[in-house]
Ligand binder design. Structure first.
Ligand SMILES: Nc1ncnc2c1ncn2[C@@H]1O[C@H](COP(=O)(O)OP(=O)(O)OP(=O)(O)O)[C@@H](O)[C@H]1O
Ligand SMILES: [Mg+2]
Length: 225
């Protein structure tokens, strides 16, 4: 369960990026976060993995008050959270394999198990043939899939994805959404920030709409025939 209690985030002296947000995302939910550029989507995701501290209010993830966590506690929170960043944040000097394996290395997995698991997820995402490539040699869509593989490889309890389909064509978008769905069926709570109508109306999912830092609506859409 992810909970935001009366959360305001003000960067420097600007108008608040988020303003008095109250939101509950139950375990196992699949939520789309929508809203115009600058509405606060990335800020809301950053709150959940403790990359931004609220100016007011507090954030609770799986019963733990994230706002009060010490610097030593934050890595333990992040072990359970896969993040696909808006700008990917891949390590350019390492191979595709290394970029994905790192998630499991940090968790102390055995080398042979890492090999199997990394190959499996890369295959699922259709980029196993790029295993040895450097991310800078990949297309935007391929880099996006590597970022997704890195976030999903340890089957995290929570998956946060910031515009995860921005560089993909419709076929690849549908494939990525299927992968999110499968992770969700296996129990991962999924929160996706997206502008993309095709993505947001993908299926019967909850939509949380942000408008200039406030929640405007939160509803379930009826699945399209
Ligand atoms: N590090 C920062 N320092 C100062 N202001 C910031 C910072 N990050 C975001 N902001 C501001 O906070 C507001 C919300 O930004 P945020 O990145 O959360 O929006 P977004 O909905 O993700 O937009 P986009 O769709 O363009 O990614 C914007 O006005 C932005 O300029
Ligand atoms: Mg953003």
């Amino acid at each position: 369960m992810i909970e935001l209690h009366n959360v305001t985030v003000t960067y420097q002296k600007d108008a608040p990026a988020l303003n008095g947000i109250n939101l509950k995302i139950p375990k196992g939910d699949f939520v789309f976060l929508t809203g115009a550029s600058g509405a606060g989507k990335s800020t809301l995701l950053r709150l959940i993995y403790a990359a931004v501290t609220p100016t007011r209010g507090h954030v609770v993830v799986d019963g733990q008050n994230v706002t009060r966590m010490t610097r030593h506690q934050i890595p333990f929170l992040r072990r359970n959270i896969g993040v696909v960043f808006q700008d990917f944040k891949l390590l350019q000097s390492r191979s595709v394999y290394d970029n994905v394996a790192i998630t499991l290395e940090v968790l102390g997995w055995e080398k042979k198990d890492i090999g199997k698991k990394v190959y499996h997820i890369l295959k699922q995402l259709g980029i196993e043939h790029k295993l040895d490539a450097s991310p800078q040699r990949l297309s935007g869509g391929e880099q996006q899939r590597v970022a997704l593989a890195r976030a999903l490889v340890n089957e995290p309890r929570i998956l946060l994805a910031d515009e995860p389909t921005g560089n993909l064509d419709d076929h690849n978008k549908d494939q990525i959404l299927r992968i999110f769905k499968e992770a969700n069926i296996r129990g991962t709570t999924v929160v996706i920030a997206s502008h993309d109508k095709r993505v947001v109306h993908y299926s019967h999912n909850r939509i949380v709409h942000l408008d200039k830092g406030s929640i405007k609506e939160a509803h379930d859409v009826t699945p399209q025939a």
